[in-house]
Design a binder for this molecule. Structure first.
Ligand SMILES: Cc1cc2nc3c(=O)[nH]c(=O)nc-3n(C[C@H](O)[C@H](O)[C@H](O)COP(=O)(O)OP(=O)(O)OC[C@H]3O[C@@H](n4cnc5c(N)ncnc54)[C@H](O)[C@@H]3O)c2cc1C
Length: 498
């Protein structure tokens, strides 16, 4: 019999949508980690349903784990089997009948939360869009585009929810200018607990919002946020640049690019700084990007030589020093490209970490930051040593506080291939996550299941304080505080295809 009988009866009686049984599809998130198969998944449609749910959980001692789109790559969005998984995708994104709507009329406010008419707003105003936690940047951008505004900080997973972006303190396009997601929120509503039931809190204190960002669901169900938006710059005010370097010697290549990045951080301001390695299989032979008169040449690679491509986009005046910086590195080629060409390269970069029908990417050495770009050469040398003979390639971001590197090995959809990819990730982590390389694990995508194990002692202390303040009943994600928490790679459960 289900351990959640009373909860199921309560959900049924209150008309709150749920699914029960062996929910294998929710055993993992984009991390491939698992704590087991959950048996109850609740889909609240709005804040009042969240309040009822939390109230019941406090009174009956149920553990709750919030989940957005499950795009987390560090196991944040998975639940132990005895916990109830709470899918927040519909919250603030539904019509009155409870149907999730993709499109909505954006409600724009200023930093104090006062309504603003976006049609009359000036480009220098500090504005926010009031969104439900289940909404996504992709949807919001579609609605804001006619006004020539967009969400200021958007992770590459533009389909992930705002609630998830806040809970992981996501970074992405716009971060070099606006900071991580913590800096892009001016107000939030959260259904927290008290010892007796649910509490709805509205938080506007910016320091408290910064502390709560990256809470990994520990403090409650976030239902609504005011999220910073930014005017879409006019194409004539912007510059897009592509820089390229190739070498057989990864240490030299990385050292050169690390130095270049240091100078860029010191002298330029930009919205996006991205890099990728190009190899023969990165796009298909018939991909139109190969026929682009400018971009095509970047896809002609010599065997044994690796090419790294760096892409920047920023305002012309803020990027004015870039050509001279690049000229200081004779091995680096520099050229300005159009915005559509920049977007075409960004599509390649995004797809380089994506999935296909025949193979998938196994996260594990997903996201680490090299804090001192001077160490980039040593990091790349260590990485490519481990990667010799394997498929896939590193991609990443150049942020003002360091270089974020992502790597996901490509694996055939078969148990032994996926397990080999996972083992490769573990070897890679051993090679690159070393203090002398100034690397830090998962600054970008969040620490996930290692939140307590790997956070700095000062952050552990802060999280304990936040937990006691917002969740005295200890119903939210209490497993994250368990020092003995151990997740398994979901491959252990995976059945090989015939
Ligand atoms: C292809 C790909 C690209 C990615 N690119 C980036 C990137 O550029 N930058 C980046 O930072 N990350 C990136 N990620 C990681 C991930 O997408 C982000 O961490 C994202 O913010 C997670 O959002 P989600 O809605 O999927 O949340 P989930 O993965 O479902 O959940 C994430 C965390 O948020 C909590 N949570 C979710 N909703 C709520 C809520 N309403 N209230 C309280 N807690 C909540 C969950 O408990 C969990 O701890 C990427 C992932 C993939 C697969």
């Amino acid at each position: 019999m289900s351990v959640h009988v009373a909860m199921e009866r309560f959900l049924q009686a209150n008309g709150i949508t749920f699914d029960a049984g062996e929910l294998r599809g929710y055993a993992s998130d984009a991390s491939f980690l698992t704590l087991g198969v959950p048996s109850l998944l609740v889909f609240p449609k709005d804040a009042p349903e969240c309040v009822k749910l939390v109230d019941f959980a406090v009174k009956h001692g149920n553990a709750l784990v919030p989940r957005g789109t499950g795009s987390s790559t560090a196991g944040q969005a998975i639940a132990p089997p005895n916990a109830v998984l709470v899918d927040m995708e519909r919250v603030g994104a539904c019509d009155r009948r409870g149907h999730r709507r993709g499109l909505f009329k954006p409600q724009v406010v200023d930093a104090r939360g006062e309504p603003v008419d976006l049609k009359r707003a000036g480009p220098d105003e500090e504005l926010y869009v009031r969104v439900g936690a289940g909404q996504t940047s992709d949807e919001t951008n579609q609605m804001l585009r006619p006004f020539r505004w967009g969400v200021a900080v958007t992770p590459s997973s533009g389909y992930s929810t705002f609630g998830g972006n806040f809970a992981t303190n996501a970074r992405g396009s716009g971060t070099p200018e606006y900071g991580p997601f913590a800096e892009a929120v001016s107000r939030l509503r959260i259904v927290a607990s008290s010892e007796r039931g649910a509490r709805v809190l509205e938080i506007t204190d910016r320091d408290e919002i910064r502390r709560l960002a990256g809470h990994h669901g520990l403090c409650g169900l976030v239902t609504e946020l005011d999220v910073r938006i930014a005017p879409i710059p006019k194409p004539e005010d912007m510059v897009c640049a592509i820089l390229s370097i190739e070498s057989e010697d990864m240490e030299r290549l990385g050292a050169t690019i690390g130095q270049l990045m240091k100078r860029v951080s010191a002298s330029c301001r930009y919205y996006a700084g991205e890099f990728l390695f190009i190899d023969q299989t990165i796009v298909r032979p018939d991909d139109p990007v190969r026929r682009d008169p400018v971009l095509g040449a970047y896809f002609e690679v010599t065997a044994g030589v690796r090419r790294m491509v760096l892409l920047y986009r920023g305002r012309k005046e803020a990027m004015a020093p870039l050509p001279a910086i690049a000229a200081g590195f004779p091995e680096v080629s520099y050229r300005e490209i159009t915005y559509p060409q920049f977007q075409a390269m960004m599509r390649v970069r995004t797809a380089a970490t994506g999935k296909s029908v025949a193979r998938l990417n196994v996260p594990g050495c997903e996201d680490f930051i090299v804090q001192d770009p001077a160490k980039f050469g040593e990091v790349l040398a260590a990485m490519f040593d481990v990667l010799a003979g394997t498929e896939g390639r590193p991609v990443g971001h150049h942020y003002p506080d360091g270089i974020v590197v992502h790597y996901r090995p490509q694996a055939r959809v078969a148990k032994e291939a996926i397990e080999a990819a996972w083992a490769l990730n573990l070897r890679l982590r051993g090679a690159v996550l070393r203090p002398e390389l100034t690397t830090e694990d998962r600054r970008e995508h969040g620490l996930g299941l290692a939140l307590f194990r790997d956070a700095l002692p000062s952050r552990q202390e802060e999280l304990r304080r936040l937990k006691a303040k917002y969740d005295p009943a200890n119903v939210f994600c209490s497993h994250l505080l368990d020092p003995k928490l151990k997740a398994e790679f979901v491959g252990n459960e995976f059945r090989a295809l015939p």
